[in-house]
Write a protein that binds this ligand. Structure first.
Ligand code: HGY
Ligand code: MN
Ligand code: MN
Length: 430
């Protein structure tokens, strides 16, 4: 084995050791543990402590680190004086009772990429920026990717003031509560001229790679997401005194709507669309009172933008019809809407060359989940690398799992891709 191969093997071994340690460290910062999974919601003290772990690790490598007014944390390895940086990173917040890998793998990959580059004395041409976005999950406030939306300028303080969690706390109030300064959110905006490209490593959150025995996924399209809140208005009344024919039971209407949504996503015309109603709140939620009001949180995903929006409109029309049929009424409110995003073909090609050079098997595939990269696509060229999800591809669950060796391969490809991007000047922007 040549000296160079020995060094590479040694570096890979060190990476594997670091992966488990960092995954464990982040998983320990959680409201829940063990079989209850990881709960580290956006704009909570736990998320800020996780950002601090990242910041300390990166400043120990000698990088300059700062957190912006959106709560994004950025570590920079200086380049040769040019300003257009190459970025990589992901998020550290989770869904309630989520897994140990969603978002975390992309941050760990960025940390170990920085460690590999600095320990080998690599001198970049472009500034290299390692980013942790704040509040990526939509689980708490409904809209996903708050930190990267603020970086991309695709949301603002006014819109964030409208988004509230189940306790009625707005995004801005939550930001204040963790010491952030929402009055200066514009300072978090990224300028196009400051960015060359951005690559995110993430778990697949599906089973395509594992089923195909692929080492790495290279993403070409990220699904869009239209998020609705449907509110069924009925009449709350006594469960014993109210005859069946005199009822306006909001939960009966809501149940018919859930089944209709499922049928809509499965019909040939909408095939490819995914509809999930993951949260239902019936009030007054009491055994002896007919539900007077039910809210349904609906998540509509697709890689085809027209089909995504048509499905949302078709579902609202069907829901209104069913509400009337069961002598109730319905309001529909749009919480958030993101179009599907095509990623840079140049980055797909560079990533494919890198995986071939490393002797790995890759597959180009779409992402069913949404990601910060979608928002950053408004700023510069973007790409995504997937590491395989095991356990049938389950995610947003304590059973989420990716193997250490899979993650280490993701770090290797990311590091090679960042260096390839650093050495190739992108085509003049069309
Ligand atoms: O909702 C999503 O797809 C991502 O996990 N934020
Ligand atoms: Mn994620
Ligand atoms: Mn997620």
């Amino acid at each position: 084995m040549t000296e160079q191969n020995l060094q590479a093997a040694d570096a890979a071994e060190r990476t594997v050791a670091w992966v488990d340690d960092l995954i464990d460290r982040f998983a320990s910062l959680s409201e829940t543990h063990g079989s209850d999974g990881v709960t580290r919601l956006g704009y909570t003290p736990l998320e800020r402590r996780a950002h601090q772990v990242f910041a300390t690790f990166m400043s120990d490598l000698g990088l300059s680190v700062h957190s912006d007014t959106a709560g994004n944390t950025i570590a920079e390895l200086a380049g040769d004086g040019r300003c257009d940086g190459i970025g990589t990173g992901s998020h550290l917040d989770s869904v309630p009772h989520g897994g140990r890998f969603d978002g975390i793998v992309g941050v760990v990959a960025a940390m170990l990429c920085a460690q590999t580059l600095t320990s080998s004395g690599y001198q970049p041409r472009h500034p290299l920026r390692f980013v942790v976005f704040a509040n990526e999950e939509g689980a708490r406030f409904g809209q996903a990717c708050n930190g990267s939306r603020l970086a991309a300028g695709t949301t603002d303080a006014e819109a964030l003031g409208e988004l509230r969690d189940r306790d009625g706390i707005s995004v801005l109030e939550a930001m204040h509560s963790v010491g952030l300064d929402p009055e200066r959110l514009n300072d978090a905006r990224w300028r196009r001229e400051d960015w060359d490209s951005f690559v995110e490593v993430h778990i697949e959150q599906g089973s395509v790679l594992a089923d195909g025995a692929d080492d790495i996924g290279i993403v070409d399209t990220i699904s869009g997401s239209t998020r609705l809140r449907l509110t069924v208005h009925g009449v709350a009344s006594h469960s014993g005194g109210t005859p069946m024919l005199a009822r306006h039971d909001a939960l009966v209407s809501a149940s018919a709507i859930v089944l209709a949504a499922n049928a809509l996503a499965r019909d040939p015309e909408h095939f490819g669309t995914r509809i999930t109603i993951g949260r239902i709140v019936a009030s007054p939620n009491s055994m002896t009172t007919i539900p007077g009001e039910v809210t349904l949180d609906v998540d509509i995903r697709d890689v085809d933008t027209d089909r995504q929006r048509q499905t949302a409109l078709a579902l609202i029309a069907k829901a209104k019809e069913l509400a009337l049929l069961h002598e109730t009424s319905l309001d529909a409110h749009l919480i958030a809407d993101t179009a599907p995003t095509l990623l840079s073909h140049r980055l797909v090609e560079l990533a494919s060359h890198e995986t071939d050079r490393l002797g790995m098997v890759h597959r180009v595939l779409p992402s069913g989940a949404s990601h910060d990269t979608q928002q950053i696509s408004h700023v510069c060229e973007t790409g995504m690398l997937f590491v395989p999800s095991r356990h049938g591809g389950v995610s947003h669950s304590p059973d989420e799992f990716s193997r250490t060796d899979d993650i280490a391969r993701g770090v290797q490809v990311l590091t090679g891709l960042v260096k390839a991007l650093d050495l190739t000047d992108r085509q003049p922007r069309s």
